[in-house]
Design a protein. Structure first.
Length: 267
Protein backbone atom coordinates (compact mmCIF):
# COMPACT_ATOMS: atom_id res chain seq x y z
CA UNK A 1 0.00 0.00 0.00
CA UNK A 2 1.35 3.41 -0.99
CA UNK A 3 -0.33 6.66 -0.07
CA UNK A 4 -0.31 9.69 -2.34
CA UNK A 5 -0.62 12.92 -0.38
CA UNK A 6 -2.04 16.20 -1.72
CA UNK A 7 -1.06 19.62 -0.41
CA UNK A 8 -3.77 22.04 0.71
CA UNK A 9 -4.34 25.36 -1.04
CA UNK A 10 -2.42 28.43 0.23
CA UNK A 11 -5.60 29.54 2.03
CA UNK A 12 -5.47 26.50 4.32
CA UNK A 13 -1.80 25.45 4.48
CA UNK A 14 -1.44 27.25 7.81
CA UNK A 15 -3.79 24.70 9.37
CA UNK A 16 -3.58 21.54 7.23
CA UNK A 17 -0.56 19.42 6.32
CA UNK A 18 -2.08 17.31 3.56
CA UNK A 19 -4.96 15.16 2.32
CA UNK A 20 -5.04 11.59 1.06
CA UNK A 21 -7.53 8.93 0.00
CA UNK A 22 -7.45 5.36 1.18
CA UNK A 23 -9.28 2.14 0.35
CA UNK A 24 -8.89 -0.81 2.68
CA UNK A 25 -10.18 -4.31 2.06
CA UNK A 26 -10.42 -6.38 5.26
CA UNK A 27 -7.10 -4.97 6.46
CA UNK A 28 -5.80 -4.29 9.93
CA UNK A 29 -2.85 -2.17 11.00
CA UNK A 30 -1.30 -0.11 13.78
CA UNK A 31 -0.96 3.66 13.53
CA UNK A 32 1.45 5.62 15.71
CA UNK A 33 1.37 8.86 17.72
CA UNK A 34 2.00 12.21 16.06
CA UNK A 35 1.47 15.89 16.72
CA UNK A 36 -1.46 16.07 14.26
CA UNK A 37 -5.22 15.55 14.30
CA UNK A 38 -6.54 12.99 11.84
CA UNK A 39 -10.01 13.65 10.41
CA UNK A 40 -11.60 10.97 8.21
CA UNK A 41 -14.63 11.12 5.96
CA UNK A 42 -15.85 7.52 5.69
CA UNK A 43 -18.13 6.13 3.00
CA UNK A 44 -21.08 4.10 4.33
CA UNK A 45 -19.32 2.59 7.33
CA UNK A 46 -20.05 1.73 10.94
CA UNK A 47 -17.16 3.27 12.88
CA UNK A 48 -16.61 2.52 16.57
CA UNK A 49 -13.81 3.11 19.07
CA UNK A 50 -12.88 1.24 22.25
CA UNK A 51 -9.63 0.67 24.15
CA UNK A 52 -7.28 2.12 21.54
CA UNK A 53 -8.97 0.19 18.70
CA UNK A 54 -11.02 1.59 15.85
CA UNK A 55 -13.34 -0.83 14.07
CA UNK A 56 -14.55 0.26 10.64
CA UNK A 57 -17.15 -1.96 8.98
CA UNK A 58 -18.53 -1.44 5.48
CA UNK A 59 -22.30 -1.09 5.84
CA UNK A 60 -24.58 0.49 3.24
CA UNK A 61 -27.19 1.23 5.92
CA UNK A 62 -24.88 3.85 7.42
CA UNK A 63 -24.51 7.34 5.96
CA UNK A 64 -21.16 8.94 5.22
CA UNK A 65 -19.59 10.34 8.39
CA UNK A 66 -16.83 12.63 9.61
CA UNK A 67 -14.79 11.29 12.52
CA UNK A 68 -11.73 12.69 14.22
CA UNK A 69 -8.91 11.38 16.35
CA UNK A 70 -7.41 13.42 19.11
CA UNK A 71 -3.67 13.06 19.54
CA UNK A 72 -2.81 9.70 21.08
CA UNK A 73 0.30 8.47 22.89
CA UNK A 74 0.18 4.70 22.36
CA UNK A 75 -0.24 2.60 19.18
CA UNK A 76 -3.73 2.70 17.71
CA UNK A 77 -5.14 -0.51 16.22
CA UNK A 78 -7.30 0.00 13.12
CA UNK A 79 -9.42 -2.99 12.06
CA UNK A 80 -11.50 -2.89 8.87
CA UNK A 81 -14.19 -5.27 7.64
CA UNK A 82 -15.27 -5.19 4.01
CA UNK A 83 -14.17 -2.48 1.57
CA UNK A 84 -13.68 0.77 3.47
CA UNK A 85 -13.22 4.03 1.59
CA UNK A 86 -12.04 7.18 3.34
CA UNK A 87 -10.88 10.69 2.59
CA UNK A 88 -8.36 11.85 5.19
CA UNK A 89 -7.45 15.36 6.33
CA UNK A 90 -4.28 15.71 8.39
CA UNK A 91 -4.59 18.86 10.46
CA UNK A 92 -1.58 20.46 12.10
CA UNK A 93 -1.38 20.32 15.90
CA UNK A 94 -3.56 23.41 16.32
CA UNK A 95 -5.44 23.19 13.01
CA UNK A 96 -8.73 21.43 13.68
CA UNK A 97 -9.68 23.68 16.60
CA UNK A 98 -9.78 26.67 14.23
CA UNK A 99 -12.76 25.13 12.38
CA UNK A 100 -14.90 23.87 15.25
CA UNK A 101 -16.39 25.49 18.34
CA UNK A 102 -17.12 22.45 20.49
CA UNK A 103 -14.43 21.41 22.95
CA UNK A 104 -13.41 17.77 22.46
CA UNK A 105 -10.50 17.80 24.92
CA UNK A 106 -10.03 14.42 26.56
CA UNK A 107 -12.23 12.63 24.02
CA UNK A 108 -10.01 10.28 22.00
CA UNK A 109 -12.41 9.67 19.10
CA UNK A 110 -15.46 11.70 18.08
CA UNK A 111 -17.83 12.57 15.26
CA UNK A 112 -17.67 16.20 14.16
CA UNK A 113 -21.28 17.30 14.33
CA UNK A 114 -20.38 20.75 12.98
CA UNK A 115 -19.44 19.14 9.66
CA UNK A 116 -22.85 17.49 9.21
CA UNK A 117 -23.90 20.19 6.73
CA UNK A 118 -21.17 19.05 4.38
CA UNK A 119 -22.46 15.48 4.48
CA UNK A 120 -26.02 16.61 3.73
CA UNK A 121 -24.92 18.81 0.82
CA UNK A 122 -22.53 16.26 -0.69
CA UNK A 123 -24.08 12.77 -0.47
CA UNK A 124 -22.23 11.64 -3.63
CA UNK A 125 -18.84 12.95 -2.47
CA UNK A 126 -17.04 9.66 -3.10
CA UNK A 127 -18.16 9.62 -6.74
CA UNK A 128 -16.28 12.86 -7.46
CA UNK A 129 -12.80 13.28 -8.88
CA UNK A 130 -9.89 13.92 -6.55
CA UNK A 131 -9.68 17.59 -7.58
CA UNK A 132 -13.41 18.10 -7.02
CA UNK A 133 -13.30 16.41 -3.62
CA UNK A 134 -10.56 18.71 -2.41
CA UNK A 135 -12.33 21.80 -3.74
CA UNK A 136 -15.56 20.80 -2.02
CA UNK A 137 -13.75 20.14 1.27
CA UNK A 138 -11.75 23.35 1.15
CA UNK A 139 -14.71 25.54 0.18
CA UNK A 140 -16.60 24.13 3.14
CA UNK A 141 -13.71 24.49 5.59
CA UNK A 142 -13.24 28.12 4.64
CA UNK A 143 -16.83 28.79 5.71
CA UNK A 144 -16.02 27.25 9.10
CA UNK A 145 -12.68 28.94 9.68
CA UNK A 146 -12.67 31.07 12.83
CA UNK A 147 -9.13 31.52 14.11
CA UNK A 148 -9.01 31.57 17.88
CA UNK A 149 -7.34 34.17 20.05
CA UNK A 150 -3.60 33.86 20.82
CA UNK A 151 -2.90 31.29 18.11
CA UNK A 152 0.39 33.05 17.34
CA UNK A 153 1.65 32.09 20.81
CA UNK A 154 1.01 28.43 19.96
CA UNK A 155 2.79 28.78 16.62
CA UNK A 156 5.85 30.30 18.27
CA UNK A 157 5.81 27.70 21.07
CA UNK A 158 5.76 24.77 18.63
CA UNK A 159 8.58 26.33 16.61
CA UNK A 160 10.64 26.65 19.81
CA UNK A 161 9.88 23.02 20.70
CA UNK A 162 11.26 21.92 17.34
CA UNK A 163 14.35 24.11 17.29
CA UNK A 164 15.48 24.42 20.92
CA UNK A 165 15.96 22.32 24.04
CA UNK A 166 13.95 24.52 26.38
CA UNK A 167 11.68 23.66 29.27
CA UNK A 168 8.00 24.48 28.91
CA UNK A 169 8.48 27.27 31.46
CA UNK A 170 11.29 28.74 29.33
CA UNK A 171 9.15 28.50 26.20
CA UNK A 172 6.31 30.32 27.97
CA UNK A 173 8.70 33.09 29.01
CA UNK A 174 10.00 33.51 25.44
CA UNK A 175 6.37 33.80 24.32
CA UNK A 176 5.71 36.50 26.93
CA UNK A 177 3.07 34.51 28.76
CA UNK A 178 2.80 32.51 31.95
CA UNK A 179 3.18 28.75 32.11
CA UNK A 180 -0.46 28.52 33.23
CA UNK A 181 -1.66 30.51 30.23
CA UNK A 182 0.47 28.48 27.80
CA UNK A 183 -0.87 25.25 29.30
CA UNK A 184 -4.45 26.50 28.87
CA UNK A 185 -3.80 27.64 25.28
CA UNK A 186 -2.40 24.24 24.33
CA UNK A 187 -5.50 22.53 25.68
CA UNK A 188 -7.67 24.99 23.73
CA UNK A 189 -5.81 24.87 20.42
CA UNK A 190 -4.16 21.43 20.46
CA UNK A 191 -6.30 19.38 22.83
CA UNK A 192 -3.29 18.19 24.88
CA UNK A 193 -0.66 19.59 27.20
CA UNK A 194 2.56 21.20 25.91
CA UNK A 195 4.73 18.38 27.32
CA UNK A 196 2.74 15.63 25.59
CA UNK A 197 2.78 17.46 22.28
CA UNK A 198 6.53 17.99 22.54
CA UNK A 199 7.03 14.28 23.25
CA UNK A 200 5.08 13.39 20.10
CA UNK A 201 7.05 15.95 18.06
CA UNK A 202 10.36 14.48 19.24
CA UNK A 203 9.14 10.96 18.49
CA UNK A 204 8.15 11.87 14.93
CA UNK A 205 11.44 13.66 14.41
CA UNK A 206 13.33 10.54 15.52
CA UNK A 207 11.39 8.46 12.97
CA UNK A 208 12.35 10.92 10.26
CA UNK A 209 16.01 10.74 11.27
CA UNK A 210 16.02 6.95 11.28
CA UNK A 211 14.27 6.86 7.92
CA UNK A 212 16.83 9.22 6.36
CA UNK A 213 19.71 7.09 7.66
CA UNK A 214 18.11 3.82 6.46
CA UNK A 215 19.73 0.83 8.19
CA UNK A 216 22.99 2.61 9.06
CA UNK A 217 21.80 4.79 11.92
CA UNK A 218 23.21 4.69 15.43
CA UNK A 219 20.51 4.95 18.06
CA UNK A 220 22.69 7.19 20.19
CA UNK A 221 23.00 9.67 17.30
CA UNK A 222 19.28 9.60 16.57
CA UNK A 223 18.46 10.07 20.27
CA UNK A 224 20.80 13.07 20.52
CA UNK A 225 19.57 14.64 17.25
CA UNK A 226 15.97 14.26 18.46
CA UNK A 227 16.60 16.07 21.74
CA UNK A 228 17.08 13.01 23.97
CA UNK A 229 20.43 13.23 25.75
CA UNK A 230 20.06 9.78 27.30
CA UNK A 231 19.68 6.80 24.93
CA UNK A 232 18.08 4.66 27.64
CA UNK A 233 15.41 7.33 28.15
CA UNK A 234 14.94 7.57 24.37
CA UNK A 235 14.41 3.80 24.18
CA UNK A 236 11.91 3.96 27.05
CA UNK A 237 9.87 6.75 25.42
CA UNK A 238 10.04 5.06 22.01
CA UNK A 239 8.77 1.76 23.39
CA UNK A 240 5.93 3.50 25.20
CA UNK A 241 4.82 5.18 21.96
CA UNK A 242 5.21 2.13 19.71
CA UNK A 243 5.28 -0.92 22.05
CA UNK A 244 8.55 -1.88 20.36
CA UNK A 245 12.23 -1.08 20.51
CA UNK A 246 13.44 1.34 17.79
CA UNK A 247 15.25 -1.26 15.69
CA UNK A 248 12.44 -3.79 15.95
CA UNK A 249 9.95 -1.10 15.01
CA UNK A 250 11.71 -0.31 11.74
CA UNK A 251 11.94 -3.98 10.82
CA UNK A 252 8.15 -4.30 10.98
CA UNK A 253 6.66 -0.94 10.03
CA UNK A 254 5.79 0.24 6.52
CA UNK A 255 6.58 3.80 5.43
CA UNK A 256 3.72 4.62 3.08
CA UNK A 257 4.60 8.05 1.72
CA UNK A 258 7.20 10.79 1.59
CA UNK A 259 5.19 12.52 4.34
CA UNK A 260 6.25 9.97 6.99
CA UNK A 261 3.01 8.00 7.26
CA UNK A 262 3.86 4.86 9.25
CA UNK A 263 1.60 1.82 9.49
CA UNK A 264 2.31 -1.68 10.72
CA UNK A 265 0.13 -4.15 8.85
CA UNK A 266 -1.29 -7.16 10.69
CA UNK A 267 -1.42 -10.34 8.62
Amino acid sequence: MEIKTIKPSPHLEKYILFYYELELNNEAYYAYPSDCNVVCLFKNADVTYSNNEIKITEDSSFSNSFTALNKFTTPLFVNTKGVVKEFVIIFKAFGLSQFITKNYNGIPFFQIEEFDDFLKDNPTFFNKTEITKIKLIEDFLLTKLNEKKDLEIILKSILLMKSNELTIHQIAKKCNCSYKKLYRLFLTHCGITPSILRKNIKFRYSLKKMKSKNSFFKLSDVAFDSGFYDQAFFNKIFKKLTSETPKHFFKNVSILSEKEIYFKNIK
